[in-house]
Design a protein around this ligand. Structure first.
Ligand code: RB5
Length: 146
C-alpha cells in the first residue's frame, strides 16, 4: 500500500531529504507537496493527505511542518485519522503499537534528518498490537462532535 508524504514550507527541506532517502532504499513515496519553499498553510496540506487516506488511496502518511504541531492538530480533526508526532524513538514505536497511528508527524525545524529518518524507519517497521488498544481506538471515532 502507498505511503504518502507532504509538508508545508517549514518541512519542505526535510521532506525532500526523506523522499530521496526512501528512493535510495527502493521505496517510492507519493509526494503530495508542497513543491517549493514558498510559504503555504499547513491546514491545506493536512487536508490533501487526510482525504487521500480516507479514500483508501494511501494507507500511511508522513506530514511535516516546522514543529509538527500545527499540521498534527489539523490532521487529527479528520475522523479516522490518527496523526502522531514522533518526538522520540520509543514514541515512534509506541504510536504504532498502541495508537495504530496512520500518519507520522515530524518537525522540519525541530528534528535533524538522521533523527527523523531513524524514527520513520521505526514507525514503518512496527505493527499495531491490537487487543485492548482496538477498543480504545474505536472510542476515538465516537468522540466526534464532542
Ligand atoms: C510555519 O511558519 C510554521 O508556523 C508551521 O510550519 C508550523 O510550525 C506550525 O505549527
Amino acid at each position: 500500500m502507498a505511503i504518502a508524504i507532504a509538508s508545508d514550507h517549514g518541512g519542505f527541506e526535510l521532506k525532500q531529504h526523506l523522499v530521496a532517502y526512501y528512493a535510495k532504499k527502493g521505496i517510492s513515496l507519493v509526494d503530495l507537496g508542497t513543491h517549493s519553499s514558498d510559504s503555504c498553510d499547513y491546514p491545506d496540506i493536512a487536508k490533501v493527505m487526510c482525504e487521500k487516506i480516507k479514500s483508501g488511496e494511501v494507507e500511511t502518511g508522513i506530514l511535516i511542518c516546522g514543529t509538527g504541531i500545527g499540521i498534527s492538530i489539523a490532521a487529527n480533526r479528520y475522523k479516522g485519522i490518527r496523526a502522531a508526532i514522533l518526538y522520540s524513538d520509543d514514541v515512534a514505536a509506541l504510536v504504532r503499537q498502541h495508537n495504530n497511528a496512520n500518519i507520522a508527524v515530524l518537525g522540519g525545524r525541530t528534528m535533524g534528518f538522521d533523527e527523523a529518518a531513524g524514527r520513520m524507519d521505526i514507525f514503518l517497521n512496527t505493527a499495531f498490537d491490537g487487543g485492548r488498544h482496538e477498543r480504545r481506538i474505536e472510542k476515538l471515532d465516537s468522540l466526534e462532535g464532542c
